[in-house]
Design a protein around this ligand. Structure first.
Ligand code: BG6
Length: 506
């Protein structure tokens, strides 16, 4: 983007306008953060998500004036080299770089090499910070979180106004997650810990709350009297590629279901919170997690399917198998489909089917609420064949669309025939689609934890996931192969077919 920000329709926002961007749950008078330190600033997350998000916030006039951004990593380089690398990253994006904004943004940037695991390794950074209120963003391996917190404390950098941001996965199971959370909690009280699940920063995910609780239409139907089942799909076309070092330890269950998918499930299933503040919403999510029926070995084969992609053709290109990417055989799942049951009054008898995988035929994140069929049809046999039960489909990405499938009469004189037509509500306003991290970074700076995951949520989610993983281990369940570019192993279809249901669009 070469034209000025004003010309492109971007305004510098005034304080009242900024206040209007604040979401419910923000502290009334948050202590103004002066420094944002990104540990792991030379890594992939910083380059793809964090630095571009900060740039876009600045472009929109949303980054508070005094905030400086300090990149930090082990690599020794000077400020100029870091600034040049940020510029290169931004220039590589489709949006391009606005020179006026870049001037302002680059003036905020600094770089300080550090060994984040030792207090002595943070000396230069401490001098640079000079006691400023700081957000520390840990774009690092979670195995370092405890050590980093200890080092920050020992270097006197964990002052009362400082906050810490942690990326997922917090641990590999309940025990390791508890251990990490406990180490962090020794230094930072919970109100200063911001655990990222970037799905919560997506506009469409936040809209789920608006859809459910800003309309009267759905709530009376949002239960086991009207809803037959729910499907949540997070399908990706990409393979694991060179991330296999991380992925091979986690697999789809721990990489996607434990966090993003259970968060989506909670937002669909939770009771109306008392208000939209952080803890009211998180309290309701916690109740859902507590109501998830634990997996049993007896049910595991009926309730879960694991897969791993073989080579094949995806997006018109031939692509390697996961084991080829890794260069060795692996027992990790790149696909998982499972049935979750929520044992409470609202959802008794309503299965939630979750499926996610790499190298699937299309990129699609979607929640489908399938309503029950008509209790009785007054239409003749021919029209009866046309009947499809109502369905609410919430497309989160790449489409951002909500559509309600409704039955209509087909116009014409040839007797009564029915047709299903979608009532569509596109959320795409033609504007730039924000990176989920923009909202999240803005909220950390404003001290608003509403879109971050509380410790008990993370631990309850792990407790349930541990149960799934344990049954797989007990039964020696290993992933079934599926061709890249397909919808996973055959068992994924059987998971629904057993009860006369089917995945949408298969
Ligand atoms: C990450 C996972 O948390 O989410 C990745 O580690 C996955 O494996 C990614 O690809 C998906 O995020 P999005 O926003 O592209 O749907």
């Amino acid at each position: 983007m070469q034209a000025g920000a004003e010309a492109a329709g971007h305004r510098r926002l005034t304080r009242p306008a900024l206040a209007a961007m604040r979401s419910p749950g923000m502290a009334d008078d948050p202590k103004q953060i002066e420094r944002l330190v990104i540990f792991g600033a030379t890594g992939d997350l910083a380059a793809r998500m964090l630095l571009p998000s900060l740039y876009f916030l600045d472009l929109d006039g949303l980054l508070p004036e005094g905030v400086k951004i300090i990149g930090s990593a082990r690599s020794v380089m000077d400020r100029e080299a870091f600034v040049a690398s940020v510029r290169e990253t931004l220039a590589g994006r489709a949006e391009g770089v606005d020179e006026a904004v870049w001037k302002r943004f680059s003036a905020r940037l600094d770089y300080c090499p550090a060994d984040v695991t030792r207090a002595e390794g943070l000396k230069d950074l401490a001098t640079r910070l000079g006691g400023a209120s700081t957000v520390y963003y840990l774009a690092l391996s979670p195995s370092l979180y405890g050590a980093v917190c200890r080092a920050l404390e020992a270097a006197d950098l964990a002052c009362g106004d400082c906050r810490i941001v942690l990326e997922k996965p917090i641990g590999h199971d309940l025990a390791s997650s508890r251990a990490i959370n406990a180490e962090v909690a020794r230094v930072f009280e919970e109100r200063r810990v911001f655990r990222v699940d970037h799905y919560l920063g997506k506009e469409t995910v936040q809209n789920l709350i608006a859809l459910r609780f800003a309309n009267t239409l759905f709530e009376p139907l949002w239960n086991n009297l009207a809803i037959d089942h729910v499907q949540i799909t997070v399908a990706e076309t990409d393979g694991v590629g060179d991330r296999w070092g991380y992925y091979d330890e986690y697999g789809a269950l721990r990489d996607m279901v434990q966090n993003h998918m259970l968060q989506l499930l909670c937002l669909v299933a939770m009771e109306p919170p008392a208000d939209a503040t952080a803890d009211s919403v998180r309290d309701e999510k916690v109740k859902v997690l507590k109501s998830l029926r634990p997996f049993t070995a007896a049910a595991a084969h009926q309730m879960t399917v694991l897969g791993q992609y073989r080579g094949g053709v995806a997006g018109g290109k031939s692509v390697p198998a996961y084991s080829e990417e890794k260069g060795a055989p692996s027992a990790v799942e790149t696909f998982v489909a499972l049935r979750a049951d929520i044992d409470n009054w609202r959802w008794a008898g309503v299965p939630f089917y979750l499926r996610t995988g790499k190298r699937l035929p299309e990129r699609r994140t979607q929640i489908a609420i399938q309503f029950k069929p008509l209790p009785h049809s007054i239409f003749g046999t021919r029209a009866q064949e046309d009947l499809i039960a109502n369905r609410l489909v919430i497309d989160l990405q790449p489409k951002e669309d909500i559509s309600l499938l409704l039955m209509n009469r087909r116009p014409g004189l040839a007797g009564t025939r029915l047709q299903a037509l979608p009532l569509s509500l596109s959320l795409d306003d033609g504007g730039r689609r924000r990176i989920a991290y923009e909202r999240l970074l803005l909220d950390v700076l404003a001290d608003n934890p509403a879109l971050f995951v509380r410790r008990d949520e993370v631990e309850l989610a792990w407790a349930w996931i541990d149960g799934v993983a344990a049954t797989w281990a007990d039964l020696s369940m290993t992933p079934k192969p599926y061709a890249a570019g397909s919808w996973g192993p055959a068992g994924a279809f059987a998971l629904l077919e057993r009860s006369g249901r089917a995945w949408l669009d298969d």
